[in-house]
Write a protein that binds this ligand. Structure first.
Ligand SMILES: O=C(O)CCC(=O)C(=O)O
Ligand SMILES: [Fe+2]
Length: 198
């Protein structure tokens, strides 16, 4: 990139995480928020946790360049092809991390009761040290991190409108992450997580 945006490495053990607060300008972020909100085929899947089936507490959609499905939490999602907007976003993200992403999982958190429980993105299909690029448009939400074994190691970072969070190396092996619910009345947030599925 000609003018690399500001980037902040998080100093956490067994992790390689970098935060880019203004990766997209606020104008770009607003344009993408509106476009993605309207043109994405949002769906709400059922997930089964400890034998109980619930509606997933957010809406999702999957896009890929290679037609490979994504498996997680007992769900299999089949992808659509990238839209022009998503393709443009993907190219910009790739320009800072030297990776060709195959897949984008989009999440829509409609309000404070939408969330994403503690997990790691460590499915076999993502490979040994997965690189995951996470973009935020709309309402800033806290991203919580906790180390799997060093119980005092916890961290939270506010993912702002137009930001990019890059996770790579050992991060998924040693850390869990979540987006918690909040009782505050808040606006919707769109998150895009770019991944590589071989
Ligand atoms: O919404 C976010 O920032 C996180 C999404 C996430 O962790 C996931 O989709 O795996
Ligand atoms: Fe995740």
């Amino acid at each position: 990139m000609l003018f690399p945006s500001e980037h902040i490495p998080l100093e956490l053990p067994n992790a390689d995480i970098t935060y880019y607060p203004n990766f997209f300008s606020s104008e770009e972020a607003l344009k993408y928020y509106n476009t993605l909100l309207q043109e994405t085929p949002w769906q709400q899947d059922d997930i089964t946790i400890f034998g109980k089936t619930h509606k997933q507490p957010r809406l999702t959609a999957l896009f890929a360049s290679n037609n490979k499905p994504l498996h997680y939490s007992g769900i299999t999602m089949f992808p659509k092809t990238f839209t022009p907007s998503l393709h443009t976003i993907k190219l910009k993200v790739e320009s800072v991390c030297n990776t060709r992403f195959t897949t984008c999982l989009a999440n829509l958190y409609r309000h404070g009761q939408d969330s994403n429980g503690w997990h790691a993105d460590n499915e076999k299909q993502l490979g040994e040290h997965p690189i995951i690029a996470s973009v935020t448009f709309g309402q800033p939400r806290f991203f919580h991190l906790k180390h799997r074994t060093l119980k005092e190691q916890r961290h939270k970072i506010l993912l702002d409108n137009g930001s990019l969070l890059l996770m790579k190396g050992e991060t998924q092996q040693y850390w869990l992450h979540q987006i918690a619910k909040t009782k505050r009345p808040i606006n919707p947030r769109i998150n895009l997580t770019f991944r590589v599925i071989q």
